[in-house]
Design a protein. Structure first.
Length: 330
């Protein structure tokens, strides 16, 4: 019905013109004093033929409309076959133009996909190459123990984290086959990340409250480790004094809390948005707004829940929920 009303509105001028022609003929016939039957009969006949042609026109227009609706759902690669199966001389020129546009779009998509693959390959190679000098520098720094070497080792760890973040960002929308789910030990992941960040704990003189939870979860060890490392790094980054606490609530939720500067209440709803840094990020020009965004995206893909609670000048708590999966006690 909506289509019919729209058709009538668009062709109203033609309908009025036809009615005007009929009226003109009727007036002229009356002026010549022709019988009423001689006037009404041809008028009714013309009206019937007009309605018939009108119905045929509406039907054809509706079929064309349905065809355009189908075209909107087609992939550019299949449009050529669609047109070939149902040629239409009236719209041939428009179809050829549309096909040319579709071909150009397909070529553009192919070029973009190839460019993205090349960029991904380049950064993958670059990340693996940059890890060699990073590992070499770490070995040299481990040979001495001084305030300067500890400071450099901490900065080098942050460089390594940023490199991994760049690679993770690029791989985020890659093939899902990169995920390998199996039972992993939360304690092994936590201990490995604590060991990596131990220099920052020592340099900032922060207390770490951690009791092994003794739990196994079904997850991807590499991606879950990245999430936990990002959360611990944020806790260290925004905590100048006090402590960081790692605990396990109700046998299903891993909690990482700190006594840092906290997050403003107006920023909390947007902390997982891409590139959002909030008030803390505006004060710290180095903030990229990608850390928590990547954590949220990865947790969604792993099927883990993640939430954050914070109060300014009190601290922040991040919870990773594993309630959807079977947890086993070690």
């Amino acid at each position: 019905m909506k289509f019919l009303f729209r058709y009538l509105r668009e062709h109203l001028h033609l309908i009025l013109m036809q009615m005007l022609f009929v009226c003109i003929f009727m007036v002229i016939f009356c002026l010549y004093h022709l019988p009423v039957a001689a006037i009404l009969y041809p008028a009714g006949l013309c009206l019937f033929i007009g309605i018939l042609f009108f119905a045929v026109s509406v039907h054809k227009t509706y079929k064309k409309h349905e065809k355009r609706m189908v075209i909107r759902t087609l992939h550019p690669a299949t449009m050529c076959e669609f047109f070939q199966n149902d040629p239409n001389m009236e719209e041939e020129d428009y179809e050829q133009i549309l096909l040319q546009v579709c071909r150009e779009m397909q070529m553009m998509e192919d070029r973009m996909a190839e460019s993205e693959k090349e960029m991904m390959d380049y950064f993958t190679v670059w990340v693996h190459q940059i890890k060699t000098p990073i590992a070499s520098m770490q070995l040299h720094l481990n040979t001495e123990d001084s305030p300067l070497s500890r400071r450099l080792a901490s900065d080098l760890l942050h460089i390594e984290q940023y490199v991994e973040m760049a690679l993770t960002y690029l791989k985020l929308d890659a093939d899902a086959s990169d995920y390998v789910f199996r039972e992993v030990s939360l304690d092994d992941i936590l201990k490995e990340n604590i060991r990596k960040l131990r220099r920052d704990f020592i340099m900032k003189k922060l207390n770490l409250h951690y009791t092994p939870v003794g739990m196994m979860v079904v997850s991807d060890e590499k991606w879950l480790s990245f999430v936990i490392e990002q959360i611990l790094s944020n806790a260290l980054k925004y905590t100048n004094e006090g402590s960081v606490t790692i605990s396990f609530e109700q046998l299903e939720t891993l909690c990482i809390s700190d006594t840092g500067i906290g997050i403003a209440q107006e920023d909390l709803p947007r902390v997982f948005e891409k590139g959002y840094t909030g008030n803390n990020g505006r004060m710290d020009k180095r903030a990229s707004g990608l850390g928590l965004y990547l954590c949220k995206q990865i947790c969604d893909r792993l099927g883990h829940g993640i939430s954050i609670f914070s109060e300014e000048d009190v601290g922040t708590m991040v919870r990773i929920n594993f309630s959807h999966i079977n947890l086993t006690k070690m």
